[in-house]
Design a protein around this ligand. Structure first.
Ligand SMILES: [Zn+2]
Length: 243
């Protein structure tokens, strides 16, 4: 037996032992995972409720957004239901430190986008930013994890995490905006002013990436900012939207 083969055997033995001591649980259903399974269990993987929106002309996400702001393409990959697999996966991603769940979901989304006839490859992937304080507490931005996963299907595409910013909302603003204006403040994003002048961004196609599409307010605000870039084109993809 060669040293490499021996090391590889020892590594796999150590992994099995670790799995025995600390069994991993599927972030979709909570069941104990078999050793050497992927990020989610095979049962959840075969039950993901795909919307097929990327193949549907005028899908609900596109229709909702296109009425408000010009977009090239918009889609959400999965249906989101209370107490369903998708809610559990997103909860694990956002609140339980499961960054790898975001990368996994992004990979699946990327594979579907790559073969969609309606979708044109983007030049840049833009994750919806978190407020820096929130990102510091969470340890990562979940949209960046998803964008990283999507990036596997578009290796020429660069992820730009600092193009958009989520400004801080002060206490006084919170108090002042008890009305519907609060929604605007909560979902306000701004574009990096230096990016506006960068020639490499002009006339390019940006894919905005987020975890969930609900009212569309976040996507709308981000798209409006990206469209300030000269001749920019913007598409939007999220992992989920309500069923
Ligand atoms: Zn599962």
């Amino acid at each position: 037996m060669t040293t490499t083969a021996l090391l590889s055997d020892l590594k796999s033995l150590a992994n099995s032992f670790l799995h025995f001591l600390y069994p991993a649980h599927c972030p979709g259903c909570g069941q104990e995972m078999q050793a050497n399974q992927g990020v989610i269990c095979w049962r959840c993987a075969t039950q993901l409720p795909f919307t097929q929106y990327e193949k549907t002309a005028g899908n609900p996400v596109l229709a909702e957004l296109a009425g408000r702001v010009p977009v090239q393409f918009a889609s959400a990959m999965l249906f989101y239901k209370k107490q369903g697999i998708v809610q559990n996966l997103l909860h694990a991603l956002k609140y339980n430190g499961h960054a790898e769940t975001g990368i996994f979901l992004g990979r699946v989304a990327g594979e579907r986008l790559r073969v969609s006839a309606a979708f044109r490859s983007p030049d840049f992937l833009v994750p919806v930013p978190l407020h820096p304080e929130k990102e510091r507490k969470r340890g990562y931005n979940q949209s960046l994890c998803i964008a990283t996963g999507i990036g596997y299907s578009f290796p020429e595409t660069e992820i730009v995490g600092n193009l958009l910013k989520k400004p801080a909302v002060s206490e006084s603003q919170t108090r002042k905006n008890r009305t519907s204006r609060w929604e605007n403040v909560k979902t306000a994003f701004c574009l990096s002013e230096t990016a506006l002048k960068e020639a490499r961004f002009q006339g390019r196609h940006f894919l905005l990436v987020d975890d969930v599409f609900t009212t569309g307010a976040t996507a709308e605000s981000c798209v409006r900012q990206l469209l300030r870039i000269d001749k920019a084109k913007v598409s939007v993809v999220t992992i989920a939207s309500p069923a």
